[in-house]
Design a protein around this ligand. Structure first.
Ligand code: IPM
Ligand code: MG
Length: 386
């Protein structure tokens, strides 16, 4: 990441990036974070740098600390400066935050706060998490190949509301010396309507099947969720809408995952179900995500996995989820859908060649480290354009 520009230069760079010129110019804020974050992000940045050479575009990278790394340096998980860069740039690339080192800290200054603050302040209410099976990895899943063969779904997770952000929240002392902990699941009509519409739009571009996941038999909030989703659906008559309770959905994902095209759900339900969807594909190390808001220039891209502190610094992490997140960035934020497809094809080609990081390793494959995997994908990408 030594190739990144320093933060001080960025005012000028942002200005440059916005000028309309023949060469498309963009700025990307890079927050590598903790654990394996810096390793996987470094491979993804290499891919972006290759794309800019190959496709004649220019990307200015602004590197900032986030999560535990920022706590260690500045005593807080996200500096205002980092947040400002994230707001001003065309997209944010984030690795992962957190680790046991910071687990004892107060919630308000934990590494995860950096992520939640970015989501909230940038109003990234729509989190797209695609889960697709690669042919080459069918055997890597813990489920039978015939169950997962052909799985191709998108989880649309609401990202700035619900149980994660609702108030009241916190832990209070009771007069008898015990404690009481509270979190609140809150949604307004407007919050449900906007995420529902994103999900319907996504469904229109895919198989036109949407499952809205709630717990409407128990939770009033999600009874409202269901009503608002049905109402929004009136504007999308072509989409086949159905509803599922979250416990049933967790089961159906394992029982018959092929039935799903698009799933839309509450923040916490989406957090849980997207990890489950990820494992269908063989490894959580494979799944990218895009967090989008109203403004096209407010977007964050990150793998859905965490910082995996146990394997950090060993060059064994899987960079594919982060590299595929960069593909999503090219598609949604940088107007380069052809480059996005080229990256996805390069990933597939490398997997077809039998290269595997430890998390997706099977007998007979060629085990490679994080750097080798990144380089192999870059080599394949180079072949796609002469
Ligand atoms: C995710 C992660 C985050 C979340 C954590 C790291 C705060 O699990 O993006 O799914 O819970 O949203
Ligand atoms: Mg999660």
């Amino acid at each position: 990441m030594h190739l990144c520009f320093q933060a001080g230069e960025s005012g000028y760079l942002f200005k440059l990036a916005r000028e309309t010129q023949k060469v498309k110019k963009y700025s990307v804020t890079v927050l590598a974070g903790d654990g394996i974050g810096p390793e996987i992000v470094s491979e993804a940045v290499n891919i972006l740098q290759l794309v800019q050479q190959m496709y004649g575009m220019q990307i200015y990278f602004i590197e900032e600390l986030a999560g535990g790394a920022s706590i260690d340096e500045y005593g807080e998980p996200l500096k205002d400066r980092a947040l400002d860069f994230a707001k001003q740039s065309d997209a944010v690339l984030l690795g992962a935050v957190g680790g046991p080192k910071w687990e004892g800290l107060d919630y308000s200054i934990r590494p995860e706060r950096a992520l939640l603050k970015l989501r909230k302040e940038l109003e990234l209410f729509a989190n797209l998490r695609p889960a697709k099976i690669y042919n080459a990895l069918k055997g890597a899943s813990t489920l039978k190949p015939e169950v997962i063969d052909g799985v191709d779904m998108m989880v649309v997770r609401e990202l700035t509301g619900g149980l994660y952000f609702g108030t009241p929240k916190g832990v209070e002392k009771l007069p008898d010396g015990t404690e009481r902990g509270v979190n609140t699941m809150v949604y307004t009509t407007a919050e449900i309507d906007r995420i529902a519409r994103v999900a319907f739009e996504v469904a229109m571009m895919r198989g036109k099947k949407l499952v809205s996941v709630d717990k409407a038999n128990v939770l009033e909030t999600t009874e409202l969720w269901r009503r608002v989703v049905i109402k929004a659906g009136e504007d999308y008559p072509e989409v086949q809408l159905s509803h599922m309770y979250v416990d049933n959905c967790a089961m159906q994902l394992i029982r018959n995952p092929k039935q799903f095209d698009v799933i839309v759900t509450e923040n916490t339900f989406g957090d849980i179900l997207s990890d489950e969807a990820a494992m269908l594909t063989g490894s959580i190390g494979m799944l990218p995500s895009a967090s989008l808001g109203y403004d096209k220039r407010r977007a964050m891209y990150e793998p859905i996995h965490g910082s995996a502190p146990d394997i950090a610094g060993k060059n064994i992490a899987n960079p594919i989820a982060t590299i595929l997140s960069v593909a999503m960035m090219l598609k949604y934020s940088l107007d380069m859908p052809e480059a996005a497809i080229a990256i996805e094809n390069a990933v597939e080609a490398v997997l077809n060649k039998g290269l595997r990081t430890a998390d997706i390793y099977q007998d007979g494959a060629k085990k490679v480290g994080c750097t080798e995997m990144g380089l192999a994908i870059a080599d394949e990408l180079k072949k796609t354009k002469v």
